[in-house]
Design a protein around this ligand. Structure first.
Ligand SMILES: [Zn+2]
Length: 164
């Protein structure tokens, strides 16, 4: 498990930088030979919040800014598609879009791409709503995040809303 700011996977890049996430990915895929990779985002993400703030010209730190900028295309898409929505709704949408960026970036790693093409590795995008306890997954067919475990999520939501 790799935990990082805004749960991001950077694109494949062989350069002089220090690549902690890519190293962990390489170890998991090439040495442990995992069969599934889950990119798990969450609501109220501070990293994505920082990314949204950067669009307003705010400084978010000399390392954080460059890091969360991996998801800049997600932010730009959300600001276009949800232009009239509240900053909160935009942030929630960006948290989900950023997961798709990481999934896309995973496929820039040749040994990920190859295993996915051969059916040896499966990629998943999950989104955890901390407020409701609801877990969603990205459904490629519907191009939307859908409830992963219907029964459990419904029970939780009903409990929260005071229904029996
Ligand atoms: Zn976060």
């Amino acid at each position: 498990m790799v935990r990082n700011v805004a749960n991001l996977v950077p694109p494949y890049k062989l350069d002089a930088g220090y690549h902690g996430v890519s190293s962990a990915l390489e170890y998991a895929v090439c040495f442990l030979e995992v069969e599934n990779i889950i990119i798990m985002g969450h609501s109220g993400c501070g990293g994505i919040g920082g990314l949204m703030e950067m669009a307003k010209g705010k400084e978010v730190g000399e390392f954080i800014g460059k890091w969360v900028n991996i998801a800049a295309p997600a932010r730009d898409k959300v600001l276009r598609d949800y232009a009239d929505e509240s900053p909160e709704k935009q942030a929630r949408a960006c948290e989900k879009e950023a997961i798709l960026i990481s999934l896309k970036n995973l496929l820039t790693f040749p040994w990920v791409r190859e295993r996915v093409a051969n059916g040896l590795l499966h990629l998943h995008g999950w989104y955890y709503n901390i407020a409701t306890g609801q877990l969603k997954y990205y459904n490629e067919d519907s191009a939307a995040f859908e409830v992963l475990v219907e029964r459990y999520s419904t029970t939780l939501l009903n409990a929260r809303e005071g229904a029996s």
